[in-house]
Design a protein around this ligand. Structure first.
Ligand code: MCA
Ligand code: AMP
Length: 462
């Protein structure tokens, strides 16, 4: 059985992790993570205070070495969401960087980058859970997707094949480390290959150009902002153009931004598509000229089908990278499966003539994608309704050049309207800053149908 991170058992003479303030070679990473793993031995599930730091990367590696399930926590999680995640996942302790204000009343274990230990030779089977990652649904609080070690390994190997990703690659990105994109693809991806991760802190033209990256990951919002910067800095654009691959995912990159990035760097951005629950499903290959408007072809081992008889339909999937289910939510797990056992993504797609998948929409209108984060409108509405000045609330995503979708809240106040900023801060404090409405619009009433249900399609989008 291949270990999940083979390079830790036979460390190559190479930098494994480079963050703005610290780097670790493979030997140093193996040693620090092994020492931490000893402190985790015998636990079942631990929380990871997932700041965008090298400590988070060492913490996840230690959890994997120890065979305990890690629950990455957005360090900016608001009180309501944090309480939910902690009570739902019941971690036994929290791993955090020394000095970082770790959440909750949990016992904490500091990630010591200079500790020394020996990597154990055995590890749990591929069926053992590696991670529980929280993701929003249309209603209710976020659900914890349980991802097995085998799913992670299979997905990273399929991506390596698609992108010809090897130990010689230096991956640069600036993604948050509490979601699949940044943590699984962005940290475990390079470590499984024995290559290097350079986390840039922010995806900025100058630092990216200086990084010498061969591979770059980002969400469309980051690429949109990068395009602005590269257009103003041809030298940086030329340096970025010496990378092998720019890969975008988590939301759709607009045709305009594809064209701008290609003009500036000479590189055609590859898109890939996936979900927290499924890991990555399809990807534009390194060896193919990408077809703009598509998210590439299914990865090896993954099956993707379009339901129905028409050209366009619900995207349903199965394969080795799928999750085991939602933690404590057999009802939601069952609801996400079709009668014949495929996973219903909730996305609507169609095949192009070349066999690539084009995404054309989502079946649920109450899911918003903003900055690459998935956010349930209901979560925000519930948070708004907890404010004494809010009688009714309806939340929608409106198209936004920078964020893809921008969260706008319509609020019927109780008496005199509270301040817009107050309501925005209220949501940021209860949930997380990225779930805050960017705009609050006050109304005397919400548009409702004969049944009294809010008709969001009638809310003004301008
Ligand atoms: C602003 N801030 C606030 C408030 N307003 N804090 C408290 N209260 C407020 N009212 C703070 C924020 O915490 C943040 O601080 C800063 O102001 C800016 O926040 P924000 O506006 O949210 O950031 P942004 O500039 O709009 O962020 C753009 C971004 C971000 C960098 C692109 O959206 C991002 O990192 N997206 C990545 C999403 C992602 O990884 N998705 C993967 C899931 P500070 O500056 O200190 O941070 S999807 C997935 O995993 C699947 C598998 C897939 O397909 O990939
Ligand atoms: P999440 O639940 O945060 O993992 O987000 C998964 C969703 O992000 C998918 O169901 C898609 O709707 C969307 N998504 C991911 N990658 C892409 C992409 N390249 N293009 C369009 N949508 C994407």
């Amino acid at each position: 059985m291949t270990p999940l991170l083979p390079a830790l058992l036979d460390p190559p003479d190479r930098v494994a992790l480079r963050f703005p303030d610290r780097e670790l070679t493979y030997s140093e990473l193996a040693s620090a993570a092994a020492a931490l793993a000893v402190q985790l031995a015998g636990r079942t599930r631990v929380a990871l205070h997932a700041t965008p730091t090298i400590h988070t990367a060492v913490g996840i590696v230690a959890a994997l070495l120890a065979g305990v399930t890690a629950v990455p926590l957005n360090p900016k999680l608001g009180e309501r969401e944090l309480a939910h995640v902690l009570s739902d996942s019941a971690p036994e302790l929290v791993l955090a960087a020394p000095g970082a204000p770790a959440p909750g009343d949990l016992p904490r274990v500091d990630v010591d980058l200079d500790a020394t230990g020996t990597v154990p030779g055995d590890e749990p089977p591929p069926t053992a859970p590696a991670l529980v990652v929280y993701t929003s649904g249309t209603t209710g609080p976020p659900k914890g997707a349980v991802l097995s070690r085998g799913a992670v390994a299979a997905n990273l190997d399929a991506l390596a094949e698609a992108w010809e990703w090897t130990a010689d690659d230096l991956l640069a990105h600036a993604l948050p480390l509490f979601h699949v994109h940044g943590l699984v693809l962005g940290v475990l991806g390079p470590l499984r290959r024995g290559g290097t991760l350079h986390h840039l802190g922010a995806l900025e033209a100058g630092t990216l150009a200086a990084s010498g990256a061969t591979l770059v990951f980002g969400v469309p919002t980051q690429y949109h902002r990068l395009a602005d910067q590269l257009e103003a800095d041809p030298e940086a654009a030329a340096a970025v153009g010496r990378s092998r691959l720019l890969v975008s995912g988590s939301a759709a990159l607009t045709a305009v931004d594809h064209a701008r990035l290609q003009k500036a760097t000479g590189l055609a951005v590859r898109e890939r598509y996936g979900m927290t629950e499924t890991l990555i499903l399809t990807a534009a290959r390194a060896s193919d000229e990408p077809e703009t408007g598509t998210v590439g072809k299914p990865l090896t081992g993954t099956e993707v089908r379009i339901a129905g008889d028409g050209d366009m339909g619900a995207v349903e999937v199965r394969g080795p990278s799928l999750f085991d289910g939602y933690l404590n939510r057999p009802d939601a797990t069952a609801a996400a499966r079709t009668a014949d056992g495929w996973f219903a993504t909730g996305d609507i797609g169609r095949w192009t003539a070349s066999g690539a998948l084009a995404l054309v929409g989502r079946s649920a209108t109450d899911l918003i994608k903003s900055g690459g984060y998935k956010i349930g409108a209901g979560e925000i509405e519930n948070a708004l309704l907890e404010h004494a000045g809010v009688a009714e609330a309806a939340v929608i995503g409106v198209p936004d050049e920078d964020l893809g979708e921008r969260i706008v809240a319509f609020v019927v106040p109780v008496g005199e309207a509270p301040g817009e900023r107050e309501l925005i801060d209220h949501v940021a404090a209860l949930l997380a800053p990225h779930k805050r409405p960017r705009q609050v619009r006050f109304a005397d009433a919400l548009p409702r149908n004969d049944m009294g249900k809010v008709v969001k399609a009638r809310l003004p989008r301008e």
